[in-house]
Each structure stands twice: as C-alpha cells, then as structure tokens.
Design a protein around this ligand. Structure first.
Ligand code: AMP
Length: 564
C-alpha cells in the first residue's frame, strides 16, 4: 500500500529553520538524526563540491566565508545573487535547499513522503517576497498549502487550546533580521488578527553588528577581514552571554577586554529606539490601548535580550509571557495551521482570521490648477483590513481621447508612490469608446487579496464591461514556469550529502571550525581525532564510524555548548 503524503509546517527563518507537524492533538517540532531541531538557514559547498545545508554549512562559512551564504531570507524577492562554487546562486535557490532539507527531516521522522507545507513568512513580507517563497518551495518539491504570517503562527501556537476566555494579545517578534508586532484577539477558538506592523530590516543580527562596530571604534582596532569574521562570531557569543550575565570578556587582537550589559545597551540604543514606534503604530491601528492587553508573547531568538523586557514594561506596563520557547513557537503555529488545513479533529473549533499588513493601491495623477501632477498613491485596500477580501475603485482617464493606461500597483503607506514599493503593472487599452466622446474613459480596478497574502488584480472597462487583465502582466523579480523548471533541473544533480552522512559532515565541519580556534596540544589531540574519524568514514564500517564519531563529538561539544 502506498504511503499517504503528509503536510508539515515550516518556519523558514532568517537564522534558523524548523519543521513541525501536528500529532496526537498537539504540534511537535521534528529533529534531525543527530537530535537537532534548529537547522541554520545556511548553504555552502564543501571542498569536494558537496552541497552542505544547515549546521555543516554554517560551520564551513566560519572557516571559508566565500564558500556559501547565510541570511539570504533578507534578499528574497530581490534580484540579488551570490557567487560561490563557480556559479551564481539566487536567494530563492538557497531557500529551496533549506526547504529541501526540511522536507528530508520530516520524511525521515514521519516515514512518509511529504509533499506540501504551511510555510511562515514575516507579516511585512511584500508580494514579491511571498512569491519568491512559493517558488523556493516549488523548487524543493513542496506545494505551499498556505503562507502564514509568522506572528499569526505564534498566536496560533499559544491560542490553539480553546480556553473560552477573551484574550487580547500582543505578539512581539524580534528574529535575526526582522521585527514584527501583531495584535490579536482570541475568544472561544476564534483567533482574530487585529493589526500587524513591522520593520523589515531590524533584528538580532543588527544588534551583533552594532556591538562589534562600537567595540572596534572604541578600542581603535583595525582588524584584517578574516579577523573581523572571527571577531563577529565571538561577539555573537558575547551578546548571548549578556542575556544572562551582567558582564563578560572578549579577546580583541592582543587585548582582553570587558564588555558589560551597559556597553551593549549603549551600542544598540538606536536600534532599541526603533522598536517603540512599531509597537505604538500597531496598537493605534488595532484601536487598542496598552491597558486593554491581557498578555504579551515573545517570539524570535533576539526577544530574549533583557532590553526587550524593559522596553515592553516601559511601553505597556506589562511583563511578557515566556512560557513557550521563542525559537520554536512559529514552527509550532505552522503545524497548528497544517492541522487546520487538513481539518484535524483537535482543532475543529478553531477559526483564524488574518489581516493584510500593508495598504495596496495604484498610482494616480491629480489635476491641480489645470496642471497634471503624477505620482500619487491611491489605496484600494487599507492596511490591517481582514483578509481574504476583494475591493474595487473606479478611475477615470485624464482625457476623453485617451485610449490606453498603464496601471501601476504599489504597496506602502506613503502618499507618493516613489516612497512605496512597486509590485507590478497592468496595461489596459480600448478606453476610447467612440470618436469625439466628451467624457473620460472609466475603469473599475478590483484587488483581491487572499489568505496567503498574494494579490490578484482585475481591471474592467466600464463602458464595454470587458475584463482586461485578470492577474498582473508584470511582476518584477518573479520566476516564470520555465525558470522554475530550470532551477529544479539545476539543483537536482547536486550531490547533497547522502542521508546517513549528514551528521558526519556536520561534525567534520564543526571540528574544522574548532581546529582553527585551537592551538598547541588541544589542536594536536583534535587533529588525531579528526584523522581517526576520517579513516573510519573511509572504511565505511558502521561500528568504526560510530565510535570515532562519539570520541570526536565528546571533544568538540563543550566548545559549542553556549551556541546550542
Ligand atoms: P531567529 O531568526 O528567531 O532564529 O532569531 C535569531 C536571532 O536571535 C539571532 O540574531 C541571535 O543572535 C538571537 N539570539 C538567539 N538567542 C539569543 C540570546 N540568548 N540572547 C540574545 N540574542 C539571541
């Protein structure tokens, strides 16, 4: 009997990705063969050309930064490319490799093929970025059942247990590269998102950068590029240490310096100040005051920083709820959504409504004192309206003789389109319906925004009732069907490490990374253990591999404990 394909929930994160599924009435995060649930969102090529994904890739990037890439989520939906292994890679291809690894982990754990997924995206993600995520999934062989906004996923993870009480919650999500705030109400199994606000380029990594730059400036240090990369790694550890300690030490060139929580606070003050207006804007959009909140949920690794608790106490007079692990909550919510998609009995009573996080509209011209002024934004859908929805507006041509318009579609909150984000255009002809007409032509522009945050545009010429365009004619940055097929073909022959050697590869990369940190006797011992492990791998004898792997792991692990 053929096994039924399964659906899973995936948190495709800037720093780490996770895969989860819903079983026995609750969401569960799935682990790799070495027991890890967080897979770094990193891709690199090993020396022999093998594609490394996850921890192995991240470790390789420390010793060979040009061998691959991390943080590509920040470039999704843009034309950015990276060069490694002798060719160009797009952010979509890199994400596809991470998604393929998520699919692999799920299939390994569930023992069934996995063909579809709920994938989470930041609420602020624009149309192109959502499309890019869908494309990455297609390349990885996954059908996207639903794109779910990350903060909404977090709310689902907390709120799927129906406790019959009205709860107004604020979700504060500060990840590696992104910041989102969402307000929602949950009552008797109905979770209603009221408003979302965010900053697309603000996250834990900016805190790391800011501390690094401040220390380099203060101590007038001029690191070489390689020293800089290693220093950043250390700063990441310092940042995490300062979450629990008041001070810690770091080596900078030949200086050993103390870094206190106060130093960190000062170096990152500007970043922290940018968090507050987003919280306020979200409350304003939801027409709520801080006093009406019942709780604050934290999501994203960077929300662990003590300064976040302080900001929330100050802004909202409330201590955040830390009952779920901020690294896992989005993936858990994706699994709850997966259960909703397959109508799992355990979530039968649950209903979720979400909002469209940005205003969407078209460019219009205005006639002021007989002069035409271009470039104004006319919203058709206002931000934070409940989705799915469909709304239309009527527009006139500027002159009765005008036969043609190019409708430019934008997303954003500025009155002028140049400050908003263009997401496409639709060309419409046939507006001049008879010669010598005195009235301008009219079109009805209908925007339909679905639960995945993807927009469809339909333009109707009113005098003839003809529908001119059903979807965008042009979506910058998106791939055609042929391009997706080509990307699949390009990634297929890549020798991704064979299933059983995935943890072995990761261990070797990790050991290689540690080797460059160590000196003297420690380095010699490590060399011996690595050699032994490599010999065991070459022998292909499972008992040799597992004993050499255990010895090497025992040696390596203590050095990385803080990171895990
Ligand atoms: P995410 O994208 O949700 O995986 O968030 C990752 C970010 O959280 C990275 O910038 C990490 O440096 C940061 N992070 C993780 N753990 C901690 C911690 N204990 N203290 C401070 N920042 C952390």
């Amino acid at each position: 009997m053929a096994k039924v394909p399964r659906m899973v929930g995936i948190d495709l994160g800037t720093t780490n990705s996770l895969v989860a599924h819903f079983a026995d009435g609750k969401p569960v995060v799935l682990a790799t063969e070495s027991g890890e649930t967080l897979t770094p969102s990193a891709v690199a090529l090993a020396e022999d050309g093998t594609v490394l994904v996850g921890r192995a890739a991240r470790d390789r990037l420390v010793t060979a930064p040009d061998s691959g890439r991390a943080f590509f989520k920040r470039d999704m939906g843009t034309p950015a490319t990276y060069k490694f292994g002798g060719r160009k890679w797009t952010p979509v291809e890199c994400s596809a490799l991470v998604l393929r690894e998520m699919k692999r982990i799920a299939e390994l754990r569930l023992g069934q093929p996995v063909e579809s997924a709920v994938i989470t995206v930041p609420a602020y993600f624009l149309d192109q970025q959502r499309q890019a995520t869908v494309e990455a999934a297609q390349i990885a062989g996954l059908k996207v059942e639903r794109l779910l906004n990350e903060p909404t996923a977090a709310a689902l993870a907390y709120g799927y247990r129906n406790d019959g009480e009205l709860n107004t919650l604020l979700v504060f999500d500060l990840g590696g590269g992104t910041f989102d705030v969402t307000l929602l109400e949950s009552f008797d199994g109905i979770i209603e998102v009221k408003a979302s606000a965010g900053e697309s380029r603000l996250g834990g990594e900016d805190y790391t950068e800011a501390l690094m730059e401040a220390l380099i400036r203060k101590h007038e240090w001029r690191p070489e590029p390689a020293q800089r990369i290693r220093f950043r790694e250390q700063i990441e550890k310092v940042k995490r240490a300062l979450t629990t300690e008041m001070s810690t030490r770091i080596t900078m060139g030949d200086q050993d310096i103390e870094v206190t929580r106060k130093d960190f606070g000062e170096a990152t003050h500007e970043l922290t100040m940018r968090l507050r207006p987003v919280v306020r804007r979200c409350l304003r959009d939801a027409q709520l005051t801080a006093k009406q909140l019942d709780g604050v949920l934290l999501v994203g690794g960077a929300s662990r920083m003590p300064v976040i608790g302080a900001v929330l106490l100050d802004e909202l007079d409330m201590e955040p709820n830390r009952s779920l692990d901020p690294d896992r909550v989005v993936a858990l919510g994706a699994a709850v959504q997966q259960a909703l998609c397959v109508r799992n009995e355990a979530v039968r009573e649950l209903v979720l409504t979400d909002v469209c996080p940005h205003s969407l509209g078209v460019e219009v011209s205005k006639i002021v004192s007989n002069q035409v002024h271009d470039g104004y934004f006319s919203p058709i859908i206002d931000r934070n309206t409940t989705v799915p929805l469909s709304r239309s507006e009527t527009y006139n041509t500027l002159h009765p003789e005008q036969d043609f318009i190019v409708l430019k579609i934008y997303q954003g909150e500025s009155r002028m389109v140049r400050e908003n984000q263009k997401i496409g255009e639709v060309k419409v002809g046939g507006l001049r319906h008879r010669p010598g007409q005195t009235r301008p032509g009219q079109v009805d522009v209908r925007f339909s925004y679905d639960m995945n945050g993807i927009l469809e545009v339909e333009v109707t010429i009113l005098h003839s009732e003809t529908k001119v365009a059903e979807v965008f004619e042009q979506r910058p940055g998106t791939m055609t069907k042929a391009e997706i097929a080509e990307a699949i073909a390009r990634l297929r022959p890549l020798k991704v490490h064979p299933r059983d050697s995935a943890p072995n590869r990761a261990l070797l990369e990790r050991a290689g990374r540690l080797w460059s940190d160590l000196k003297g006797v420690d380095r010699e011992v490590l060399t011996m253990l690595i050699d032994k492990f490599e010999r065991a791998l070459a022998s292909q004898l499972p008992e040799h591999i597992s004993s050499a792997s255990a010895e090497l792991t025992d040696f390596v692990r203590p050095y990385f404990q803080q990171e895990e």
